[in-house]
Each structure stands twice: as C-alpha cells, then as structure tokens.
Write a new protein. Structure first.
Length: 168
C-alpha cells in the first residue's frame, strides 16, 4: 500500500503531467476558482515525489491564477511504477459514490445546488421543461417542484424550484 505524506510546496514547483486526460470547461473552471475563494483549498493535489501532478491539474491552475504561492500536496512514500501512476491518474478523478437526489431535493433548492457548483445537467435542467411551461400544471406545481430524472439510473423524483430553509 502506498503511504501519502503532506508536503508544503510552491505552486510553481508543481509540474503538470503532459498527457493529463482531464479537461475542464471555462464555466466549470470559474466555479472551481469561486469554490477555492469561498471555501479555501481543502482537496489536496496529489503528486509524485518529484512533484509531477497526478491529480489536481485544474486546482493548480486555479490556485496559480488566484495568486496562491504555497500549498500542501500529498506525495507518496515511494517512487511510483508506471502502472501505479496510470491507475492513480484515473482513480483520483472517478466519482465512486452517487448522489441521493431525493435527499438533496429535500434539503437544497436548485439555486443552492448550482450556486455550490453542481452542474445543471445533473439536475435535469435544460432536458425537461418546467411544469406549467406549456400551460398545464397548477400554480402550486409551478412554484414548488418539478419532476426530474437521475442522469445515471433514470430514477424519477421531485425537486424544489424555490429556496426553502434547510432542515436540521
């Protein structure tokens, strides 16, 4: 098992992996920068012992643009084999979990979720019309909720369209 150690380094010392397969749209990059400004740097970049980035290329770029000079990164206790590096390059970017959209819709509005950086397409926005857009539906339907489908499993659920207080 690889053991990881936190190390403080200059952002400029981090070397991007030239064949990084991850890309980011300008819109998503703006959300990433806003997230770093609002919430700080809390998801560590992982790099090889010689500071070649494995995971966190976009965070490095955003931190550089924000003028951050030093950060903590995670480095392995050993030189990585090519197979270990390649596996980590993919695994670091995989979403191993899934969202419980019913729970999200009970506690957050669409506006909150998108403000916090969740892509609209994950919420079914743009894929279906708002209830009542074609003249059908009740006034309450238009104000309170709409039916959306999970993009992975197609489960149907209702999601709030108005901001409501968070349940605690």
């Amino acid at each position: 098992m690889i053991k990881w150690t936190e190390k403080t380094v200059k952002v400029s010392a981090l070397k991007p992996f030239e064949r990084n397969p991850r890309r980011i749209s300008e819109e998503a990059f703006s959300r990433l920068k806003r997230s770093l400004e609002e919430s700080g740097y809390h998801q560590r970049i992982i790099a090889t012992k010689d500071l070649r980035i494995i995971g966190g290329h976009q965070r490095k770029r955003a931190l550089h643009e924000l003028g951050i000079k030093q950060i903590a990164v995670l480095v392995p206790d050993q030189d990585l084999t090519d197979e270990q590096f390649r596996r980590l390059l993919i695994q670091d970017n995989l979403p191993f979990g899934e969202w419980d959209f019913e729970l999200l819709s009970a506690d957050f509005s669409i506006e909150e979720l998108t403000d916090f950086g969740m892509p609209e397409k994950w919420l079914g926005l743009g894929e279906e019309e708002q209830p009542g857009a074609d003249g059908s539906g009740t006034e309450a339907d238009e104000d309170d909720a709409r039916i959306v489908h999970c993009p992975k499993c197609q489960h149907e659920f209702s999601i709030l369209t108005e901001k409501k207080p968070k349940k605690r």
